[in-house]
Design a protein around this ligand. Structure first.
Ligand code: SAH
Length: 258
């Protein structure tokens, strides 16, 4: 990744996980760990692979995620946010076990029509919030490298992820969601419950944001069963491997000179 005005050596990178399981391995490796409790949440400060980091869990849903993101920025001085989590597949080409790196985000349960077009966030004049190009490219590269060995069967995709305050878990429901999005011209790869909220908070602050989701289910009738087992057995290991790669890449001074 090229050094740019958006990323200075010494800045603190926030690593936000949706679920505690995904964060566990990272905390174990934290150097000079400092545990801070704030607003009922636990924030871990320290260094990972030579980089200053703050780790925390967003909790589930858009309000929780927005609150956590704002706190990371305003209280813990995060210079960029990277989100890891799991998601349900929406596109046919996305399989359980694949990784989706977000290109942009949309809130699929936001609808102020007929005053505004469906999905548009009033006052912003748009429905989709784009992730940071360089940070997302670095995250995608980290995902490809991390999965190449042990998880070589997994594909890494990049595209639109949609978020809403609902665990989508029914064939009818996911079909209707896909259709609604397609009608409005939004071809989404995956659905989850937090990413778009963090994207909007980062846009407000002009903060670089990138997100990856491991696909845990197909958002259909068996989503709830697939989900739990997958998070503990696969997604937490992916997240740890990918974040480690990303940090090594970000911290490598040779790459900053390029
Ligand atoms: N069993 C969990 C609850 C998980 S809610 C607990 O007790 O804590 C689902 C989480 O996974 C959310 O963070 C959401 O972002 C993501 N997710 C995975 N599959 C999803 C789907 N099909 N629909 C919506 N969110 C999904």
């Amino acid at each position: 990744m090229s050094a740019g005005p958006w990323w200075q050596a010494g800045q603190r990178l926030a690593i936000l996980s949706a679920l505690v399981d995904e964060q566990r391995g990272l905390i174990d490796h934290l150097e000079q760990p400092e545990r801070v409790e704030h607003a009922g949440r636990i924030f871990w400060l320290g260094r990972l692979h030579g980089l200053a980091v703050v780790l925390t869990v967003s909790r589930i849903g858009k309000v929780s995620a927005a609150m956590t993101a704002a706190t990371l920025i305003e209280r813990f001085d995060a210079g960029a946010i990277v989100f890891t989590g799991v998601a349900g597949a929406l596109a046919d080409q996305v399989q359980v076990g694949d990784v989706v790196v977000a290109q942009d985000f949309l809130q699929h349960d936001l609808d102020v029509s007929p005053l505004f077009p469906r999905y548009e966030v009033p006052a912003y004049g748009r429905a989709r919030f784009v992730c940071h190009e360089d940070l997302s490219a670095a995250l995608r590269q980290a995902a490809q490298q991390a999965l190449a060995g042990e998880f070589a069967q997994a594909s890494v995709h990049q595209g639109l992820i949609v978020s809403g305050d609902r665990f989508v878990s029914g064939a009818g429901e996911v079909g209707a969601l896909r259709q609604r999005l397609q009608q409005a011209g939004h071809a989404a790869l995956a659905v989850e419950m937090e990413g778009a909220a963090v994207a909007q908070v980062c846009a407000d602050h002009g903060l670089p944001y990138a997100a990856m989701r491991t696909v845990s289910d197909r958002a259909d009738d068996s989503a709830h069963r697939d989900f739990a087992e997958f998070v503990s057995q696969v997604a937490s290991r992916y997240a740890q491997a990918i974040v480690s790669r990303l940090l090594i890449g970000l911290g490598d001074p040779a790459r900053h000179r390029r």
